[in-house]
Ligand binder design. Structure first.
Ligand code: BDR
Ligand code: CA
Length: 329
């Protein structure tokens, strides 16, 4: 990475691993978070916006936060997974301190378009929720792929089983039509999916150590949320339970930005299954075969898909970045 911090819009549905990712981004000297655009997903969009404002303000940051799409583009809306992230998205916090920040009044998609036009070629979009804001922004501004520097998404899976069906990952499955629109738009696009996020377990002990080190409401909040989230993952996987750990999914999207050398990738065309039992599956063309099936032609751009991660190095990077003196009050 060059010395100049990368301007990033963080599109998010906070969400415990979203909170982890946000704090990693705020702590990392190579990242300048210029806005948070929220979406439905782990919680309703209203709660996502509340959490975005809360998490930034308690850490001492004042960054524009917007509210975005409430529902999927075409699919029927579902219920947020309170059993994974808590009904409030942050592990059911026992209380919150009063805060003052207000939302930027623009819808998330408009904010993305405005920022991309104001800083052509300079903004990276890191999207870690369902992709409705990005799809809406693309409808508002068809030149968006040229205006953004790059897009990195946490979502999808190619070889690893899904987490909402045998083949689908939650962010893509939550809004498959928006995801397919994003995968076929033609940006410089990197997919950080379950193929890599399931390779990295983050023990809750890391977040305890972090809270003891900083002694700050932001890291106490994160620890509470991570403990709830780790209970969920520890109930599901024995190797995760051994460390009372969790998958840090969203934080790996930022690791892919700051340290791409930690990943093995393959480029290929991605399409999303839009209905049936495979709904939300991210299908990848891994060989240059001229298929008779429509939808796989040369008009479909390549996505860079992360398939392997150096898990120990990524875990060390996440921990050491969060230990930096980044909190502002
Ligand atoms: C993704 O779904 C959400 O629950 C997480 O925040 C992450 O973005 C993992 O499938
Ligand atoms: Ca998320």
């Amino acid at each position: 990475m060059s010395n100049k911090p990368r301007k990033v819009i963080f599109d998010t549905d906070p969400g415990v691993d979203d909170a982890m990712a946000l704090y990693f981004a705020l702590a990392h000297p190579g990242i300048d978070v210029v806005g948070l655009t929220t979406t439905f997903g782990n919680v309703t969009v209203e709660q996502a916006a509340i959490n975005g404002l809360y998490l930034t303000e308690i850490a001492g940051f004042h960054i524009p936060v917007t509210q975005g799409v409430k529902t999927p583009w075409l699919k029927a809306p579902g219920e947020p997974p309170a059993f994974i992230h808590g009904a409030d998205g942050l592990g059911n916090l026992p209380s919150r301190v009063p805060t003052q920040s207000k939302l930027d009044p623009r819808p998330s998609a408009q904010f993305i378009v405005d920022m991309a036009r104001a800083h052509p070629g300079e903004i990276t979009l890191v999207a870690v929720g369902p992709l409705g804001n990005l799809a809406t922004a693309l409808k508002l501004e068809p030149q968006l792929p040229q205006l953004l520097q790059e897009v990195i998404i946490m979502g999808g899976t190619v070889l690893e089983p899904g987490n909402v069906s045998p083949v689908a990952e939650a962010n893509i499955w939550n809004d498959p039509h928006s995801a397919d629109f994003v995968f076929t738009a033609g940006w410089k696009l990197t997919m950080v999916g379950l193929d890599v996020t399931h390779q990295l377990v983050l023990p809750s002990a890391i977040f305890k150590k972090l809270a003891e080190h900083h002694r700050h409401i932001a890291t106490d909040t994160l620890l509470h949320a991570v403990n709830f989230y780790s209970d969920f993952y520890s109930g599901l996987y024995s190797h995760v339970a051994r460390e009372h750990g969790c998958f840090g999914h969203d934080v790996l999207a930022f690791v892919a930005l700051t340290n791409p050398e930690l990943f093995q990738t393959q480029d290929g065309r991605i399409r999303v299954a839009l209905d049936g039992a495979g709904n939300g599956q991210t299908m990848m063309r891994r060989r240059a075969i001229p298929y008779p099936q429509a939808g796989w032609g040369d008009d479909v751009p390549d996505t860079t898909v992360c398939l392997q991660v150096q898990a120990d190095a990524a875990r060390t990077l996440i921990e050491s970045t969060l230990m930096l003196p980044w909190l502002k009050k």
